[in-house]
Design a binder for this molecule. Sequence first.
Ligand SMILES: Cc1cc2nc3c(=O)[nH]c(=O)nc-3n(C[C@H](O)[C@H](O)[C@H](O)COP(=O)(O)OP(=O)(O)OC[C@H]3O[C@@H](n4cnc5c(N)ncnc54)[C@H](O)[C@@H]3O)c2cc1C
Length: 394
Amino acid sequence: MDFRDTPEEAAFRAEVRKFIEEEGHKARIRDDDGERAFFGGSKEWTKALAARGWVAPAWPKEYGGAGLSVMQQFIFNWELAEARLPRPGGIAVGFAGPTLIVHGTEEQKKKYLPGILSGEDIWCQGYSEPGAGSDLAALQTRAVRDGDDYIINGQKIWTSGGHLARYMILLARTDPDAPKHRGITYFIVDMKSPGITVRPLVNLAYTHEFNEVFFEDVRVPRENIIGEENRGWYLAQTTLSFERSNIGGSVGARQAVEDLIKFARENATNGQSTLAHNPAIRHELVERYVEAGVAQMMSFKIVSIQAKEGVAPGHEAAVAKLYGTELNQRIYRTGMKVLGLYGQLDARTDGPKPPLRGRIKYMYLRSVANTIEGGTSEIQRNIIATRGLGLPRG
Ligand SMILES: Cc1cc2nc3c(=O)[nH]c(=O)nc-3n(C[C@H](O)[C@H](O)[C@H](O)COP(=O)(O)OP(=O)(O)OC[C@H]3O[C@@H](n4cnc5c(N)ncnc54)[C@H](O)[C@@H]3O)c2cc1C
């Protein structure tokens, strides 16, 4: 196995590095970026990426993307992660755009794609409900036809960025009598529509990322359906050929461990770290270091399968998601031990400067959600068991 770049890959990596060197400073968040920066970095950074089609690296060029190959995307994501730079896009680039490109009408593409590519429009995803998460097809939000409109009633939950979004991609039930996967339709909802209430949900790390969204007789024009009525479930699976290695995540894990090792080395004797007196923590750091290396190998394996076979690996991606997110929790648990009591300081509220800018504490709390968002660990284990290992369904 040879991990070295081909000459073409090396040239592309050099291009990305040069871009980062010249433009990376624009990612620094400024006051007028406001809360939206949380969902993709500064406006200036988005603009710099947009100028090269790199807001949507996987989209075809004809739709304003960069048309990068899977391997190029991998290199792009890897280099950005190494430089600790954010990737804008989120739901808009990952879900709404691809669904519009594959299933949307020409009018819909013209209307919505430019705002996604410029980073102007944030989108949110209205899928989960209080009674529908892992079993998403159980969703109950209703859309009833009324002339040229649909009237939506119901509730979504855990809607990331719902308070900042211009549009939502919404799954709603249009045929309550059909089998549950078949009566669902895919809508675009203007978040400024009358009848929508967005209520904040503050997470364990004390940040406002997600929301509850209530729909009370919300009128959505028929032209806002993507694809056919009652076929929404199948559209919701649409992606373009995004690389699925999670290289950004595995590089982030390695960097976090490296930060902790550096901190432990530098603070071993000044009382801020329990490390010098606790060989168990030393061993933990070594374990995390080895595990972060394993996570990176998983990323390499996935991208090589994807680049060679042209298909997104199913159960290997589930293995990497399961391992990477549970590893994240272990890393930040170790981190809290390395930092000791100082690690409990909060960068936002506490006077004294917290070690490592308070990031370890924040991530210790935030990483709890990593094993839930995007499919829980149990669901990943089910996928691996059935699709990967051929075990019978539980
Ligand atoms: C940070 C964050 C951001 C999110 N952002 C969004 C968003 O923007 N839009 C959106 O629509 N949703 C979003 N979600 C919701 C997310 O998709 C759901 O939380 C997730 O799918 C799990 O669903 P649930 O919370 O209803 O839990 P449930 O599905 O009710 O699961 C409860 C528990 O039961 C287990 N379980 C469920 N089914 C099985 C099974 N078949 N076998 C074994 N165990 C099972 C689960 O693993 C879990 O431990 C977000 C979640 C988080 C944490």
